[in-house]
Design a protein around this ligand. Structure first.
Ligand code: FEO
Ligand code: CA
Ligand code: CA
Ligand code: CA
Length: 645
């Protein structure tokens, strides 16, 4: 195993190098690092102490997990709430111009062309990429990579009707999907602003050409009349959650792609039909009428286009010309996050959930190893490896089952003639293997302090007493739960694991909810339901964004934190409450935890933008119609880290 040791040493050396780079970075005046661009934007110069050295989080994380704030009360107001001593500001919102030539947002005069140059709709996952390069950890300026999951035409267009949807509206919606990369910086007052016209600003939309890579690339199932190669696809859709690689690229999960398609009932029997049978494709119309304007969304005309969605997309945010790649080795399902770990031997492990009732949790292990010295050498690691799916045993153990064509039930006779089909129809393959159907697997994240994996399960009201199991122990699971998973020997490439329930969500004061908060007194914690995206701060506290509390607890969705170790383990506290109709969709800390970025998604959902002001249920963030999804930044007025005293 000396080879493994060597890789471990290499990784350590890489971190030492990063630390050294950080020290060098500290010595350079920040204005110089920002270059002419900062001058062009007239950004105030930042104090050098705002730029501090990077380090490997697991080795340097402080063990003090005190949250340092008192829980706020739940809210139903159309206003953000945070604890005393904290401030909130809007960093960027739907329609904000990104480029020097972007038109100002004009809600009554929108166009697809304008939207392609402006911040998109329904921001979901976001992450922070330090500037000027991924080699450093700079808390004062960086790139935000942001997913735009879906569109709400009834809130985007005044007096919109489904029957009357125009081609221009369809184009606006297609261009409001995808991702944004935008430079952000902290100013002298501590506020965070985005920088219009910055060099690395980028929009990726449902029209952006991207490559299909990995074992399924070129499969007959991926071929369409526009792309007979099965290797080139236009755009990405329903980018829900995502992740960041150690080499500084973006991973974006395509989730509910099925809803953009129509007329599955017209697809004849055969592989195109069989391999979509478990994917909920709309038999007639979907949620969007895009098939009226684009044949690729009409399955009667293009039965294979939907196979080109449901993947994890990777691209380099530090290169505006990088071509995004759909990594088929990671499987096709309603991808939530994609969370990367480096195994002790240098192989890459990617965790991802499939967000649907009774679907599965997956992980991918690369064949190749991380090269800490050559960034570009890692760019295609996610194209070659093995996909596994989780089986949770009743005794608290679990197994990762390999999804390899020809092994076990994954045979041609069972509908899996090649590995491409195993990946394209991951759901079918995982079910054949006997994986454990879960209560909507959303985000999976790894605690930087204890190395454990946390799996958020949003809800499953379809689970009955007949099909409960130890890992999904509640029938009619309205509130969701969180599982804590420990890989064998703490090795993320292990094929066996141990698991336990960390939290059974609900209102701990209501015994009928059947809650469990890691053994903490349930009457003392904040009510919490429907965990969706999760994140960790550098101290190992778990942060939870919720999706669905208006329907389950009758309160706005929010952001919660909980210690995972020590006497406070399980003591959930609420930091943030969002606005009416909105999901507090995702969150990320900057490198020194002094800012917490949160995405406010679908404010006012359930209402409509019409001539009648009463139809609008939220006026976030401008106090006027239309309401707008936005990224907000939370910080302490003192400038201290958001977490801790
Ligand atoms: Fe887009 Fe499963 O949340
Ligand atoms: Ca999600
Ligand atoms: Ca996350
Ligand atoms: Ca969600």
């Amino acid at each position: 195993m000396s080879d493994q040791k060597n890789i471990g040493d290499l990784i350590q050396e890489r971190f030492d190098r990063r630390r050294l780079l950080g020290d060098l970075f500290k010595a350079i005046p920040v204005a110089a690092l920002m270059g002419s661009q900062a001058e062009a934007q007239e950004l105030p110069a930042m104090a050098p102490e705002m730029v501090k050295a990077a380090g490997p989080v697991p080795r340097e994380a402080p063990k003090d997990s005190r949250l340092g704030f008192e829980s706020i009360g739940a809210s139903k107001d159309d206003a953000i709430s945070v604890p005393p001593g904290h401030g909130v500001s809007v960093v960027i919102k739907w329609g904000d111009p990104l480029f020097a030539n972007s038109p100002a947002f004009s809600p009554l005069n929108q166009s697809g062309a304008a939207q392609a140059t402006q911040f998109g709709y329904n921001n979901d996952w976001l992450d922070f990429f330090s500037l000027p390069s991924p080699e450093v950890s700079n808390p004062a300026s960086g790139l935000l990579a942001v997913n735009h999951e879906y569109t709400n035409p009834e809130l985007m267009f005044r007096n919109w009707t489904l029957a009357g949807q125009t081609r221009e509206q369809t184009d606006i919606e297609l261009n409001a999907h995808g991702l944004t990369v935008v430079e952000v910086a902290r100013d002298r007052t501590g506020d965070w602003n985005y920088i219009a016209g910055a060099r690395l600003n980028r929009r990726i939309t449902a029209f952006t050409p991207m490559d299909i890579t990995g074992p399924a690339a070129g499969s007959e199932l991926l071929r369409t009349s526009v792309d007979p190669t099965g290797r080139r696809v236009m755009g990405t859709l329903n980018n829900c959650s995502g992740g960041k690689t150690p080499w500084g690229t973006v991973l974006s999960g395509e989730e509910n792609f099925h809803q953009y398609f129509a007329n599955f009932s017209a697809v004849p029997a055969g592989p195109s039909r069989a391999n979509n049978a478990l994917y909920g494709m709309p038999n007639t119309t979907g949620s969007y009428p895009w098939n009226r304007h684009y044949d690729r969304f009409d399955m009667a005309k293009e039965p294979n286009e939907s196979f080109r969605f449901g993947w994890v997309v990777e691209f380099d945010p530090y290169d505006v010309n990088s071509v995004p790649k759909k990594r088929t080795a990671l499987g096709r399902f309603r991808h939530e996050a994609c969370t990367i770990q480096i195994a002790p031997d240098g192989r890459i492990v990617a965790y991802s959930g499939d967000d649907e009732r009774f679907q599965f949790a997956y992980k991918f292990i690369s064949n190749g190893r991380y090269n800490p010295f050559d960034r570009a050498a890692n760019f295609d690691l996610l194209d070659d490896g093995t996909l596994y799916v989780a089986k949770f045993n009743a005794d608290g153990t679990g197994e990762w089952l390999p999804m390899i064509q020809g092994r076990g039930p994954l045979t041609a006779a069972n509908g899996f003639p090649d590995q491409a089909t195993v990946l394209i129809n991951s759901r079918g393959a995982a079910a054949r293997l006997g994986a454990t159907p879960m209560d909507r697997p959303e985000d999976m994240e790894v605690n930087p302090v204890n190395g454990k994996v946390y799996l958020a399960l949003t809800n499953n009201t379809s689970r009955t007493d007949r099909d409960i199991d130890k890992a999904n122990p509640r029938s009619n699971n309205r509130f969701g739960h969180i599982i804590e998973l420990t890989e064998d020997n703490g090795d993320h490439s292990a094929l066996r694991f141990f698991w336990e329930i960390f939290i059974l969500c609900g209102d701990g004061k209501n015994r009928a909810h059947g809650t469990f908060f890691a053994g903490y007194d349930p009457s003392q914690v904040s009510a919490l339901a429907n965990p969706d995206n999760i994140a960790f701060d550098s101290k190992g506290n778990l942060w939870i964004a919720t999706d669905g509390q208006p329907n389950t607890l009758g309160i706005n969705d929010g952001i919660y934190a909980v210690a995972t170790d020590g006497t406070e383990r399980g003591n959930v506290k609420q930091l943030f409450s969002g606005v009416v109709g909105a999901e507090a969709a995702s969150l990320v800390f900057n490198p020194d935890d002094s800012a917490l970025f949160i995405t406010i998604q679908h404010p006012g959902e359930g209402g409509r933008w019409t001539d009648n002001p009463a139809d609008l249920t939220s006026r976030f963030p401008d106090g006027a119609a239309p309401n707008k999804p936005a990224v907000v930044a939370i910080r302490k007025v003192s400038g201290n880290p958001v977490v801790g005293s």
